[in-house]
Design a protein around this ligand. Sequence first.
Ligand SMILES: Cc1cc2nc3c(=O)[nH]c(=O)nc-3n(C[C@H](O)[C@H](O)[C@H](O)COP(=O)(O)OP(=O)(O)OC[C@H]3O[C@@H](n4cnc5c(N)ncnc54)[C@H](O)[C@@H]3O)c2cc1C
Length: 398
Amino acid sequence: MTDVESFRRELREFLEGLPKQLGELPPGNAEYWGGRKAELPHPQSKRYCELMAERGLTAPTWPKEYGGGGLDKQQARVFAEELKRAKLPLPLVGFGLSMIGPTLLQFGTEEQKQEHIPKIVRGQIRWAQGYSEPNAGSDLASLQTSARLEGDEFILNGQKVWTSYGEKADWMFCLTRSDSGAKKQEGITFLLFDMDQPGVEVRLIKLISGASPFCETFLSDARAKRKDVVYAVNKGWTVAKALLGHERNMIGDVFGTAGSARGRTATPLADMAREYVGEREGRVSDPLLRDRITQTAFDERCFALTMQRSADQLKAGHRPGAESSIFKVYGTELNQRREELMLSIRGPQSLGWEGQGFDDKELAQTRTWLRSRGNTIEGGTSEIQLNIIAKHVLDLPD
Ligand SMILES: Cc1cc2nc3c(=O)[nH]c(=O)nc-3n(C[C@H](O)[C@H](O)[C@H](O)COP(=O)(O)OP(=O)(O)OC[C@H]3O[C@@H](n4cnc5c(N)ncnc54)[C@H](O)[C@@H]3O)c2cc1C
């Protein structure tokens, strides 16, 4: 038996043994974000995460010394396959795993890695991203939140905005202005701080979809420890850009590799069309709709394969570069196309907000469609990604 086969057998035994330890297993779509204020999508989500973390399976490819699984590319693929086979969800999701964790592995000191990575891996600390400000979005380097060094601490003052899940997070990774006299990219420091302190106030922002998934964060003499500067004082722009590469890859991945997980949980578009529009000779009756559904299915499959290739490269140690902007633009626009198509299929039934005339799936559809409008804005707008692709991928002149 090869190493990979014995790895698969051992993993399968472990996953098949989980029902004994947990009783009921979380379903494939139960997303657990962890943290001190953890919400449980399923009663066993936390325990499931802990059992997986004991084996390094919440961060399968991260180094073992910080609690990761140390899996190579092939083993990581086996892990994904076995998880899918067992119809289990990822044990843990969040900005710790997708953004600040990989960034600390690249730029953090040994002390920072020892301090923060194991808590991310075990789902003990949930992270928020403090980048955008009211006057610094696309032009992020114009940010004004100030960081003034006093002894061993930085004193932080300013406002962040669009802080996703800020009210649920424990720690923030934050871009601050530490030298207002320098060229704007050169006076930025990347800091980490605990949000549970008197100088941090988080206010919910209500969205068009009715939900409040993000917040404004006000910092009034909040404190960050000097040891929690990532990389170096005034050199935070380098770290900020690297983290954005991870973020854009992650967003692309949500609609690519991970998006294929939709196949497990969502009704296929063709089945939905048969139900709402009708069928003729076993096929969706409307030929134009059939064409759009087929094209979307092709595009989703191709994109999933591309993201799988990119994931394999990351597992082999490649760092995301400007190509993450391509994945971000394509993945988010593809998702918006899918949402629009579902609207066409369900017609007026996908425009309900409440009431008896709509079932739960239809009501959810209205909200996911509205939520998808933000896909081409979050993590940097499509226009900004196209600028990056023009400059850094295609090498076009300014
Ligand atoms: C769902 C969601 C979640 C988010 N979560 C977070 C978070 O957790 N943390 C965080 O810090 N931020 C978060 N953001 C903020 C996000 O990063 C910003 O909204 C984004 O970078 C755009 O900035 P802005 O909103 O200030 O728009 P602006 O920068 O004001 O842009 C307005 C418009 O002008 C266009 N534009 C601007 N400059 C150029 C240019 N040079 N060339 C061409 N067009 C241009 C833009 O494309 C856009 O269409 C989130 C946003 C969304 C929608």
